[in-house]
Structure formats: C-alpha cells, structure tokens
Ligand binder design. Sequence first.
Ligand code: SF4
Length: 238
Amino acid sequence: MTMEISLFLEKLRQEVRHYKVPVVDLISVQTKDPFKILVATILSSRTKDETTAGACSRLFKVAPDMESLAGLTREDIQELIYPVGFYKSKAGYLFMLYQALEKFGYQIPGEIDDLMKLPGVGRKTANLVRSIAFDKDAICVDTHVHRIMNIWGYVNTKTPLETEMELRKKLPLHHWREVNTILVAFGQGTCRPISPHCDRCVIASMCPQKGVKPRKIKNKMLNCPPICSPKRGETKEN
Ligand code: SF4
C-alpha cells in the first residue's frame, strides 16, 4: 500500500476537481488572511458548508478583521453566525479570541501548539489553519481522512490523532497539505460514511474496502464494477 498511496491520491486529485470545493478551501482561494481562515474553520466544525458560507459572509461584512470582531458583543456574534452548529459556544470562542491573542501580539500564530491555545481550536483546526493560511506542512485529519485511510488499510488506527501520527511517519511530505482537501471532497461526494458509492468510484478496482458495506444498487446492470472487476485476491493472470 505504501507504494500505491501516490497513485490513489493522484487519481482522486483529478476526480475531485469536478466536486464542490470545501468552504474553508474556497475562502483560502479568495484570501490568505489567517484571521478569516481561522474563523471560517471554527465555524465549519459540525456544520454544512452552505451554512458556514452564509455565516462567514454575514460576519465578515461586519467584522472583516480581528479589531472589528473585538468590537462586537457575544450576542452580536451569535446573531451573525446563527444557525451554524453549536453557534452559542462558537460565538463565545470568537468573543474571547482577541484577548487570547494578546500573548501572540494580536497576530494569529502559525504553530500547532500555539494555535491550540486559542479558544475553540483543536488539533484538526490548528493543522488546517497552519496548512491553508501559512502554507506550512501539516496533516489535517478529520473524520473523512481518518475513515478513508483506514478503509484503504494505509493505517490501522482507532482515532484521528492516531491516524495523524501514523501519517506523519509514512505519508510522503508532498501529500501532507493536499490530503485533507482531496479526501474531504471525496468523502462527501463518493466515499460517504454510510453506503459509499463504490459502484462509481474511480479507485474501486484498487480499494481493499476494509470494513465497508457498499451501497446496494437496485438495477443489477449498474453494479458493473464489482461484477466485472477481478475478485479481490485474483490477478489478471488468474
Ligand atoms: S471503492 Fe468504495 S470504499 Fe473504496 S474508496 Fe471507493 S467508495 Fe470508498
């Protein structure tokens, strides 16, 4: 599998070009502003991309930078970001952000350990901000990256943190920053958590499908890849 990871990611890089871009990546294309990327990443947690995009748009109109955010009350922020998931907690995190940045000279820091000292910032968010806002090597392991890497058998881990540590050891450095963008889009579009679309997956013939129950296809003719492909363990010579 170690030899094939680049092939998997290369195929999926081509594939997800046609997919919807995750909202945080979209914002990073529009701006490299670490403040906006950090806020968008906090808001995006457990929230649909469309909802995050709307909340970011409303909030950044009123508070395009750290100073203007600091001028808002917790209730103002709450109203602007509603209905993102956990909007009350997230409004609290953003309300406390300015004060928390004091020790960093009111600049968003670029190191994982420093980012994790900010309210509402866990390891996943810290890695994403470091990677997207600062163009530094980091592996953001969210539920899709953790799940799909285990389905492929590239790692055999129980938690996203274990997956990150394994990937840090074995994933070639040039894939670190792209792996989240590719696998989030792929995990939302094809390799879904429940009933993945193995029937239309571009890497179905190579995927070990560990622990996967592929989606049932009503029309048997549509079920071509599993029927037409060599059975797992068979080679072309067989
Ligand atoms: S074949 Fe199925 S399980 Fe494997 S990557 Fe594709 S969609 Fe996911």
